[in-house]
Design a protein. Structure first.
Length: 230
């Protein structure tokens, strides 16, 4: 079964508004039901996501994103949201903090794998997700495949790749060359390897919970994060 993303259906403006509405609705429900622990979890996620976006903007301008910084960005920007969803779900049914924290950690693992998959989708044309090829390069977002490729590139290729990011990020031919170079230097394979490591870690953590219909559903969700296609 195929589900279209909000972005694929209505593009960025509507996507942002829908996201803002759902966030406001969730916060209001938490206050109404006096679920202040959930309110704290969600509010903390909003803070982390904002920090992640600002960090990415700063580092993208300077083009000095290392793999360590990349993981810091996606942990805050993407994984914190999924971690908050997992922790909030747990907090709604139990007051056991160890379970809540374990679910939060699970969310972080899922979120990081999800983001790496999103990075990889940028190298394949999409009619379903609504994400065109090379959009991350156009928006000067240095992702894991690019970070690895820059590490492996010759000085000449590295200089050209950085030049494309800085000055020619809307040139279709140069973006095509950049994509080819990232693939050639093993950036895609490396990112896929790291994504699968995170996926495996999340599955192993999930197995520490008792078998149940909920656990089975969660495992299907985890698998979807890395199996979703263009």
């Amino acid at each position: 079964m195929v589900f279209f993303s909000v972005y694929a259906l209505w593009k960025s403006k509507a996507t942002v508004l829908v996201g803002d509405f759902l966030l406001a609705k969730g916060l209001l429900l938490s206050v109404k039901n006096k679920s202040y622990d959930i309110l704290e979890i969600v509010s903390d996620a909003v803070r982390e996501m904002s920090e992640g976006e600002l960090l990415q903007l700063d580092k993208s301008r300077k083009l000095d994103i290392t793999e360590e910084v990349y993981y810091d960005i996606i942990t805050k920007k993407t994984a914190s949201l999924i971690a908050a969803c997992c922790a909030s779900g747990a907090a709604s049914v139990t007051s056991d903090n160890s379970i809540i924290q374990k679910m939060k950690e699970l969310g972080y693992l899922i979120g990081k794998a999800f983001q790496i998959k999103d990075d990889l989708l940028d190298y394949t044309p999409s009619q379903i997700t609504g994400k065109p090829t090379g959009i991350d390069i156009q928006e000067q977002k240095i992702t894991l495949p690019v970070i690895y490729a820059l590490q492996k590139a010759s000085n000449a290729d590295k200089k050209k790749m950085i030049g494309i990011f800085k000055n020619y990020n809307e040139d279709a031919d140069k973006i095509k060359w950049m994509i080819h170079k990232v693939v050639e230097l093993g950036g895609i394979e490396y990112a896929e390897k790291k994504m699968k490591e995170l996926h495996n870690a999340s599955v192993e953590l999930l197995k520490t919970f008792p078998e149940s219909e909920a656990r089975t559903s969660m495992e299907l969700l985890i698998n979807y994060t890395i199996e979703r296609i263009k």
